[in-house]
Design a protein around this ligand. Structure first.
Ligand SMILES: [Zn+2]
Ligand SMILES: [Zn+2]
Length: 380
């Protein structure tokens, strides 16, 4: 597919005989076939990603074509390329932190226009009819289940391919508007990392007068600190070491403690209203629950491979609660983007060209990133 540059925002697309004709001022600029676009894919489990072409579906009446500008690298991309959850669909094009510009719209699209800045996160569809979908919790769709952005099968029976790609076709309802005033590159990671922590912070009421602890200062944690602070809460980072203390304080934390120091758990006992655990490692959960004050809640968003274990007394004392949270629905994802734009919040990123994706994967696995890699899709 020909690249659609922002400087050449088209005035019209017309589909003819399996191709899109791009018009400007009534003249055909070029012909774009709908069948293949450039992407980076893992051909097999654990294989390095390589440049390839993938099919994108024909633009349906309610579909939009997005020219992807930036795609974030999420830790779960690596996990899925490694086939960590099994049953992966290969070749696999990861990427569920997508920021781009609408390049074409289907005949009945009303939510977006050509030239609009839009994002796509972890889901590209759902049944739309179940109670959860109707309530805006598409991530918990009980009908078909949510259709994940990649490594899934769409409702048309075709595999879904993610954002490490020049373009994506998605139903208009699963693209969110990116407000003006926030750059596309720092916005991309908000579509997964941002909403994953925004949702529990909103649901459990991070606000002035509340003390929130964020466990782990990585891709998720660095967003949680910024969002909790912007919501007015007093934020403490609990990290293995004090290595990133300066960053944590700059991002808005008022305290930063090392969890390798046992004194941390004594000094901060019974002090937090809410703890967001972003860590995927096996932690001594009971020790963290002990940091919650009466009626406090620990929300798990990291996903360790081992079952979570704790003494029931860690919960019984102080009426503590433990909960989980999975991304957010489309309405809340829009709310999160609007909130982040209004508060000038974006991800801290390192932009890389597409050819460095495999190096970036190695560095993510070595925790050598502050705090998110974002692929500049124009380098594809
Ligand atoms: Zn993710
Ligand atoms: Zn549903």
């Amino acid at each position: 597919m020909a690249r659609v540059s922002l400087a050449l925002v088209p005035t019209a697309f017309v589909r003819k005989r399996g191709a899109w004709l791009r018009f400007r001022s009534g003249r055909i600029l070029d012909v774009m076939t709908h069948t293949s676009v450039t992407a980076y894919a893992a051909p097999a489990p654990k294989a390095p990603l390589e440049r390839t072409t993938i099919p994108r579906r024909e633009l349906g009446a309610h579909d939009i074509l997005i020219e992807i500008k930036y795609a974030g690298i999420c830790h779960s991309d690596i996990h899925q390329v490694d086939n960590g959850w099994g049953e992966g669909i290969f070749p696999m094009v990861p990427g569920h932190e997508i920021a781009g510009v609408v390049a074409a719209v289907g005949s009945e699209v009303t939510r977006h226009q050509v030239g609009d800045r839009v994002g796509v996160g972890c889901m590209v569809d759902s049944c739309r009819e179940c109670d959860n979908c109707k309530a805006g919790f598409e991530q918990h769709c009980t009908g078909t289940g949510p259709v994940m952005t990649y490594n899934a099968t769409g409702r048309d029976g075709e595999p879904t391919y993610g954002g490490y790609s020049t373009h994506i076709v998605v139903t208009e309802d699963f693209a969110v508007r990116i407000p003006e005033g926030i750059a596309l590159d720092v916005t991309a990671p908000l579509l997964c990392a941002g909403i994953t922590v925004y949702s529990p912070l909103a649901r459990w009421g991070a606000a002035p007068g509340k003390k929130v602890a964020v466990v782990g200062l990585g891709g998720l944690g660095h967003m949680a600190v910024q969002i909790a602070r912007a919501k007015g809460a007093e934020v403490t980072v609990l990290s293995q070491s004090l290595r990133k203390k300066e960053d944590g304080l700059k991002l808005g934390a008022s305290d930063y403690r090392a969890t390798s120091d046992p004194a941390t758990f004594e000094e901060l006992a019974n002090s937090f209203d809410l703890i967001i655990n972003t860590v995927s490692a096996d932690l001594d959960l009971g020790a963290y629950l002990g940091l919650l004050r009466t009626n406090g809640t620990l929300v798990q968003v990291g996903a360790p491979e081992q079952p979570l274990r704790t003494s029931p007394f860690a919960l019984i004392q102080n009426n503590r609660a433990m909960a989980g949270s999975s991304i957010g629905g489309i309405p809340e994802t829009q709310e999160m983007l609007d909130f982040c734009a209004a508060h000038g919040i974006g991800a801290q990123i390192e932009v890389i060209p597409a050819e460095e994706i495999n190096d970036a994967y190695r560095r993510v696995q070595a925790s050598d990133v502050r705090y998110r890699f974002v692929i500049d899709v124009s380098t594809m």
